[in-house]
Design a protein around this ligand. Structure first.
Ligand SMILES: Nc1ncnc2c1ncn2[C@@H]1O[C@H](COP(=O)(O)OP(=O)(O)OP(=O)(O)O)[C@@H](O)[C@H]1O
Length: 324
């Protein structure tokens, strides 16, 4: 494997009429990495992925995938990548094996090789036992795994996955994670968008958070959490709509060690250097202002907090993190 990045972008941009969807994105993803791409709705994730997959031309900057320019060498890029986008178009009366063999045919793989390749892939994604069953009898998780397999028929160097587990139950999600890990261990670089922070935490070697078309944070999940350097005390209130949250934020404004407050739907999150030490003082300050919190939760920084700090919002669709 060469040292050249599997994916590199330089000042990548895409404008649609008056919308600057992607505004100068720089990425460098090493071969063999699982890279996560997170962002709120409309942040520019899909636009970036579509440019990297040669489905959409950039309006500025450059991008290479597997060392090939996405504009100049688009056809070669397409042969080097596998793409599993959100909409799965499986023919319900086909079996999993038939679908994979057909997909091989589309890539010009001869029939004999297609048969062995289909078997290899069914084994890789744990569907060998159900390969002869019609796909309409598959569960949601099995369909996703078949979709993963079909993106791999031509042995791509880089696999793009757009929200591979959205809509799956936690158990199926974990099975898909296992398959993605296995595919990655077999040598494929993986670029995935996700709305699940746990998925990013579990699966990704590195990740980037994009907001309003620019990268606002990147690093390994551990680096991002460590960079926060503080605890979070989350307060919720019974009647947050009546100015209570603003009043609470005003009441704790002078708290020692308070770095910032982020208003949330039913309360506020206080970023403090030492959360355990701050709690007593927070309660005292609220009490002095005639306020009482419904819940007070102390947590070490999570990826959810990193996301909140980087974008000012919680990731929609993110599962509720339990307090550490
Ligand atoms: N074809 C298009 N024409 C005009 N505007 C577009 C087009 N495609 C995307 N946009 C705009 O570009 C911005 C980024 O959209 P994009 O789909 O890349 O975001 P996203 O991060 O993938 O969001 P989501 O999580 O909702 O899928 C949005 O403001 C969107 O409305």
């Amino acid at each position: 494997m060469s040292d050249a990045p599997a994916i590199a972008t330089h000042d990548l941009r895409r404008t649609f009429k008056d919308v600057d969807a992607v505004r100068g994105v720089n990425l460098s993803i090493a071969p063999g990495e699982v890279f996560g791409f997170l962002g709120p709705n409309g942040a520019g994730k899909t636009t970036t992925v579509r440019m990297l997959c040669t489905l959409l031309p950039p309006t500025g900057g450059t991008a290479t995938v597997a060392g090939l320019d996405v504009v100049r060498d688009a056809a070669q890029v397409r042969r080097s990548i596998g793409v599993a986008l959100q909409e799965i178009g499986l023919d319900p009366v086909q079996s999993g094996r038939e679908l994979l063999e057909l997909q091989c045919g589309l890539y010009g793989i001869p029939a004999a090789r297609a048969r062995t390749r289909a078997q290899e892939l069914l084994e890789l994604v744990g569907l060998a036992d159900v390969g002869e069953r019609r796909t309409k009898t598959y569960s949601g998780g099995m369909k996703r795994r078949l979709d993963l397999a079909s993106a791999l028929v031509h042995e791509p160097q880089v696999l793009f996955l757009d929200e591979p587990t959205t809509g799956l139950d936690p158990a199926s999600r974990r099975t898909v994670w296992d398959e993605v890990r296995r595919i990655n261990e077999a040598g494929t670089t993986v670029f995935l968008t996700t709305q699940y922070l746990e998925e990013a935490d579990q699966l990704c070697d590195r990740l980037a958070i994009i907001d309003a078309g620019t990268i606002v944070a990147d690093g390994t999940p551990e680096e991002l959490k460590a960079r926060m350097g503080h605890d979070v005390v989350a307060l919720t209130f019974d009647d947050p709509g009546n100015g209570t949250v603003t009043a609470a934020e005003r009441a704790v404004a002078g708290l020692e060690g308070l770095e910032r407050t982020v208003t949330e739907r039913d309360g506020t999150a206080l970023y403090v250097r030492d959360g355990a030490a701050a709690i007593t003082e927070i309660v005292r300050l609220l009490d002095a202002a005639g306020l009482r919190a419904k819940t007070i939760n102390l947590a070490r920084p999570s990826l959810d907090d990193v996301f909140l700090q980087a974008t000012g919002r919680r990731l929609e669709g993110a599962e509720k993190e339990t307090a550490a």
